[in-house]
Design a protein around this ligand. Structure first.
Ligand code: NAD
Ligand code: UDP
Length: 340
């Protein structure tokens, strides 16, 4: 039990809402700040229904330092979990300034307010995209980083800023979490991923094909050097991911070691697109029509984590497999055909 408040920035979104759930049921007091640019307040209402707890919410943009400052003034935050970011690779290619402004300038604004209020424990949402084209599989945290699109660059830039912040002031404790492919939904079917437009990511796309909203899945590439020629990824259940944040926060609260540390949050297991389609068909009982088309530009053949460090240091391990991911994604889709 922790009586201090944790600020969850971007907490109304997909991974944020699942993390809020895990923190609330573990006894943390939370405050959510989100500009609702890619989420809805309904996710927080449902969290209240699930947990029986009211959630203090502020509709604020992290770049609006004055408003963020007022929220910090009101609460004695012990730490911040920072999810607020734009996440579409394709959109970032078309609107790079929007991405750098929101993800990089936004993070700098937030860090400045944290510094002012002496709140120096941070969990940051990074991504496996920072590994670019992996040179080794599974990918350890020590692998070289490189990115080819503004979204990935924005994550890598924030990582570099955080390294410098922690180097300059040893009071900072930063857990930099590199997510592999988050998927699935809360087991209750009440919270899940709610993409605004046609989904870019495969899991929500498959769900919408299964429910009849989209006609057919395009499988991007059937000629990769993988188990069946299709792309291989490390799909991690969003509840496992959320528990990774809880473990990271507990680690920052208990560890004497300061500084910046990166952790891969993945299962360590690669699943191909065809394997994913099969698992989803089994979970939903629906046929998923698909066509194999050309590779998508910028995609790598295979990407999966070496999650050993998170297990050793945070005591965390992904527990839920691809079948469970598909079952929970399907429950969410069926219960919420038009999202929240
Ligand atoms: P999401 O869009 O559902 O959640 C992000 C939340 O941040 C949204 O509620 C949005 O309204 C909010 N937000 C965005 N910009 C903001 C700003 N300037 N001020 C205040 N709030 C703002 O996305 P998600 O899938 O939950 O991802 C959370 C984080 O994890 C993001 O930073 C994303 O880049 C990162 N990430 C996601 C994935 C993935 O596949 N979902 C993979 C790797 C990393
Ligand atoms: N993919 C696909 N069809 C789609 C979307 C994705 O075949 O409509 C493939 C993609 O090529 C990759 C995997 O599914 O091999 C995961 O893609 P996603 O965009 O979900 O995540 P990424 O790993 O690219 O961030």
């Amino acid at each position: 039990m922790n009586s201090e408040f944790v600020l969850i920035v971007g907490g109304a979104g997909y991974i944020g809402a699942h993390t809020c759930f895990e923190l609330l049921v573990s006894g943390y007091n939370i405050v959510v700040l989100d500009n609702l640019s890619n989420s809805q307040k309904e996710s927080l209402k449902r969290l209240s229904t699930l947990t029986g707890k009211e959630i203090d919410f502020y509709e604020v943009d992290i770049r609006d330092s004055r408003s963020v400052d007022l929220v910090f003034e009101k609460y004695g935050f012990s730490s911040v979990v920072h999810f607020a970011g734009l996440k579409s690779v394709g959109e970032s290619n078309s609107f790079p300034l929007k991405y750098y402004d929101n993800n990089v300038s936004g993070s700098i604004s937030l860090l400045k307010v944290m510094d002012k209020y002496n709140v120096k424990k941070l969990v940051f949402s990074s991504s496996a995209t920072v590994y670019g084209t992996p040179k080794e599989l599974p990918i350890p945290e020590t692998a070289p980083t490189s990115t080819i699109n503004p979204y990935g660059q924005s994550k890598l830039l924030v990582e570099k800023i955080l390294v410098d912040v922690a180097k300059a002031d040893p009071d900072w404790k930063i857990a930099n979490l590199r997510y592999f492919n988050p998927a699935g939904a809360h087991f209750s079917g009440l919270i899940g991923e709610d993409p605004k437009d046609i989904p870019n990511n495969i899991m929500p796309y498959i769900s919408q094909v299964a429910v009849g909203k989209l006609e057919k899945l395009s499988v991007f590439g059937g000629d990769y050097d993988t188990v069946d020629g299709t792309g291989v990824r490390d799909y991690i259940h969003v509840t496992d991911l959320a528990k990774g944040h809880l473990a990271a926060l507990n680690y920052l609260n208990s560890s004497q070691e300061c500084g910046f540390s990166s952790f891969n949050l993945g299962t360590g297991k690669g699943v191909s697109v065809l394997e994913l389609i099969n698992a989803f068909e089994k979970a939903s009982g629906k046929n998923i029509p698909f066509n194999i088309v050309a590779r998508r530009q910028g995609d790598v053949a295979a990407c999966y984590a070496d999650p050993t460090k998170a297990n050793k240091v945070l005591g965390w391990k992904a527990e839920l497999d691809i079948d469970r991911i598909c079952q929970d994604a399907w429950r969410w889709q069926v219960n919420n055909p038009t999202g929240y």
